[in-house]
Write a protein that binds this ligand. Sequence first.
Ligand code: HEM
Ligand SMILES: CC(C)=CCC/C(C)=C/CC/C(C)=C/COP(=O)(O)OP(=O)(O)O
Length: 301
Amino acid sequence: MNIGLSKYTYVFDSLSRAGMAYLNICKPKVVLMLVLTAWVGIVLAPDSQRSSWFQLGSLIGIGLVSAAAAAINHILDRARDKKMARTRHRPLVQNQLSVQQAYIFAFTIGIFGVCMLLLFSNWLCALLTVMALFGYAVVYTVFLKHSTPQNIVIGGLAGAMPPLLGWVSETQVLSAEPWLLVMIIFTWTPPHFWALAIARKNDYKRANVPMLPVTHGTQFSKLCMCVYAVLLALVCILPYLIGMSGVFYLAVACILNIRFLQKVMILYFESNSESAMQVFHFSISYLLLLFGSLFIDKLVT
Ligand code: HEM
Ligand SMILES: CC(C)=CCC/C(C)=C/CC/C(C)=C/COP(=O)(O)OP(=O)(O)O
């Protein structure tokens, strides 16, 4: 009886460990945020006849392709991930999954995601989403990450695409307005990432990854973060100026940007890595609240 019970416990434990490993290679929290920004793209797009089911199908499609991109990043980066304290517990480094299992998983969810986009969105949305996958999983991970400290600036375009993907899934048109939302995430990415890279500089140095704080020093990276935070504050005003969003959005954006500028400036004059991590964590709340405010603004106006 006891042997039977422990066999079931063992099977259940193994299955849940494998399930967690598959989930973790998808970078679920990042993907959730990407899907949220795509949803804002859908909500802000001009009125269409599409039902909520089609919108949900499109969001699941974008989420699955993003998760596939994240899984491919885990596969291709596994040797480097082994050298860094932050990443050495990852499923492929710990042999919780084989490379073959991870590839099969990534391709299955990726192809399923594209099919959902073709079914619930349109071919242009599917094409742009595949381009974003390629931009992150191949161009950034394989080429840019080792070769230039501007890696995350250029590669950041892929992660900034979801609002445009959401908009195009509604309209089938590449109009100018959603590019403003892309520009917001694009200018947000450098301070988001360099804050973490400053705190984990030795990790990146050990793994030989030429992140800006490693190649150009901490103080210069902090200065660059300040420059991007100013640019970000300016870009955030644009949706209001072109009439895409209203006063509610503008007020929230101003408060968030003043706070972000304050934090990066404090970081500039401070030297402990704790404040760098605080900026990193704040950057995530910032994006969540900013896109949340775009969403609410559209609903109330
Ligand atoms: C090239 C662009 C980007 C780079 C290099 C980057 C880098 C990173 C890194 C290294 C982490 C830490 C992950 C960890 O703790 O293991 C992180 C966390 C995070 N990033 Fe980014 N990121 C980028 C773009 C984005 C975008 C576009 C979004 C969302 C729209 C995003 C949302 C998040 C979130 C929500 C987390 C927290 C994840 C967690 O707590 O597990 N990132 N990012
Ligand atoms: C289809 C689509 C929208 C694709 C975008 C996919 C995606 C998951 C973008 C997020 C960017 C990100 C988390 C970069 C960190 O990579 P890293 O390798 O520098 O970080 P790591 O060291 O934590 O792995």
